[in-house]
Design a protein around this ligand. Structure first.
Ligand code: SAM
Ligand code: SF4
Ligand code: SF4
Length: 371
């Protein structure tokens, strides 16, 4: 990631108050150009991973020659916590720790403990969660729970070892991820969600086995459409299994009924098993854009703020944290509010609309800004 792609921060003193800022949604402290509040912050704590999922970090690109960020470039736990506090002051209620593989970051439980202390301006606890490939959970779940983590999401793309090992591309076995999920449950983390990215012709034969496996277990299985995020995963529309088709396949075996959304801006459409054996989620990022109420900001491993998963540019917050010209918390809040106030991103909506999208710049990679 070259820093030349990062544009300077808006100078909060020069930010023109957008009309949207006068139309704040109920309880919101800032709103973007489309009136969307800032509620959810995803924090990438490492750009490294022990898997090489082809849709995220293909082995051919992320090989031994790839230069990951040196440790000094990463935000420290103190810096992350300070920024998180500023975001919470602006309306963020949910923090998701991600990566790369977040459990590879040494001492992650110390960060969790620091973030678990934060409270909303009216004194409520935050929804603090983690997305992981599950590979280290048998070792780490108990410590994460003890540090204050409440729940987590584990990614798992199939139950058949041959399929899963082809997808993670490092030969990691399914049983170890299932053991990790069990360790998380034993530690008292919950509710647990399992994310499955579905690629037609690659792992779509795993949809029904996965549904059968997790049905009735208390784990919420969510199917994610293969997304054109980043610039290295060779995305093709014909590899996307539209959620509508996936739902038909599920319905043929298990009657499902629609459930209401759990929160505004929630990415998954919820469906319940008609016999009461739990629920599944459909994340239709490609076929049904959910930009309209997207309230998510992303903080990269090295402290760049991204206002969309498909952004090509970040806003440098780290410079405001470090060095002689370090900003006060109020100045940081002004800078973040300024960026959010200018936000007009709605990539997924535009993708389906026929409007031409800028193609000249490389989009940022998912493992760098976090899923
Ligand atoms: N390593 C952790 C993991 O895999 O859960 C956290 C980071 S990963 C980037 C976060 C989520 O993004 C995972 O659930 C992953 O499956 C999803 N993801 C990555 N690339 C994707 C793509 N091209 N399309 C859809 N989902 C993707
Ligand atoms: Fe690693 Fe997660 Fe990306 Fe897979 S999806 S390569 S586990 S960061
Ligand atoms: Fe949010 Fe950007 Fe995804 Fe739309 S495309 S839902 S604005 S992250």
């Amino acid at each position: 990631m070259s820093s030349s792609r990062v544009i300077p921060l808006y100078d909060a003193r020069r930010v023109v108050t957008s009309p949207a800022l006068q139309l704040l949604p109920e309880g919101a402290l800032v709103a973007d150009q489309l009136g969307r509040p800032l509620r959810d912050l995803r924090i990438s704590v490492t750009d490294r991973c022990n898997f090489r999922c082809g849709y995220c970090m293909p082995k051919q690109v992320f090989d031994k020659h790839h230069q990951f960020l040196p440790h000094a470039e990463l935000l420290s736990f103190e810096e992350i916590t300070r920024l998180a506090r500023v975001f919470v002051g602006l309306g963020v209620e949910k923090l998701r720790i991600t990566g790369g593989e977040p459990t590879l970051r040494r001492g992650l439980e110390d960060l969790i403990a620091m973030l678990a202390e934060l409270r909303t301006p009216d004194g409520r606890e935050l929804d603090l969660t983690l997305t992981t490939n599950g590979s280290l959970l048998t070792r780490k779940a108990a410590a994460l729970k003890a540090a204050g983590l409440k729940r987590l999401t584990v990614s798992l793309d199939g139950l058949d070892d041959a399929v899963f090992q082809r997808m993670n591309d490092v030969g990691f076995p399914v049983s170890d991820v299932l053991d990790g999920i069990q360790a998380a449950r034993d530690a008292g983390l919950g509710p647990i969600k399992v994310n499955m990215v579905v690629q037609r012709g690659v792992n779509d034969d795993q949809v029904l086995p996965m549904a059968r496996h997790f049905r009735g277990s208390g784990v919420v299985l969510r199917f994610i459409e293969f997304m054109d995020v980043g610039a290295t995963n060779g995305w093709r529309m014909d590899q996307v299994l539209p959620s509508a088709e996936l739902l038909q396949r599920l319905q043929a075996e298990f009657p499902l009924v629609p459930l209401s959304a759990s929160a505004p801006g929630e990415t998954a459409e919820r469906w319940g098993y008609a016999d009461g054996a739990g629920e599944i989620g459909l994340i239709s990022s490609v076929t049904q854009a959910f930009c309209g109420d997207c309230n998510r900001a992303r903080l990269s491993t090295e402290g760049q703020l991204y206002t969309c998963l498909f952004a090509t540019r970040g806003h440098d917050l780290r410079t405001l944290l470090r060095g002689p010209a370090a900003a006060s918390d109020e100045q940081l809040a002004g800078a973040v509010a300024g960026v959010w106030g200018q936000r007009a991103d709605r990539y997924s909506q535009l993708r389906g609309s026929g409007i031409e999208l800028p193609a000249d710049e490389r989009r940022v990679e998912m493992h760098y800004i976090g899923g």
